[in-house]
Design a protein around this ligand. Structure first.
Ligand SMILES: [Zn+2]
Length: 120
């Protein structure tokens, strides 16, 4: 929400957990390699990359980012390390059309997914 507010909190309380900071601007997009990126602008800048898995979902399911019910062919499986550890992976069903998903997903929900991936 407010860049300066985040800066001020971090100045007064260095090491404040990102989940306690005011929500920053969230970017949610596919990179050139097809990975899904969820990024919260800083300070500190937080970033999670989700690796796409081959294939689509079987039958209609709910996208975990925008929470729309969609047909399986519109949804794909993605995975990301939990807590920055490659040994612990979390699997998510997300829209294959990330741009459309981004226009329906709540920033708070995207941050939830992001923090789950990077907080230890
Ligand atoms: Zn979606």
């Amino acid at each position: 929400m407010d860049h300066e507010e985040r800066e001020m909190i971090l100045e007064l309380f260095p090491g404040t957990s990102p989940e306690l900071l005011p929500l920053g601007e969230i970017l949610y997009y596919r990179d050139a390699e097809g990975r899904v990126v969820i990024l919260e602008k800083g300070p500190p800048e937080l970033r999670l990359e989700l690796e796409p898995l081959p294939g689509t979902a079987h039958g209609p399911q709910v996208c975990e980012a925008c929470r729309r019910h969609l047909s399986g062919s519109a949804l794909g499986f993605f995975r990301h390390p939990v807590g920055g550890k490659d040994t612990h992976l979390r699997y998510l069903v997300l829209c294959l059309d990330t741009a459309s998903c981004a226009s329906h997903a709540e920033p708070e929900r995207l941050r939830e997914i992001l923090l789950r991936g990077i907080l230890t």
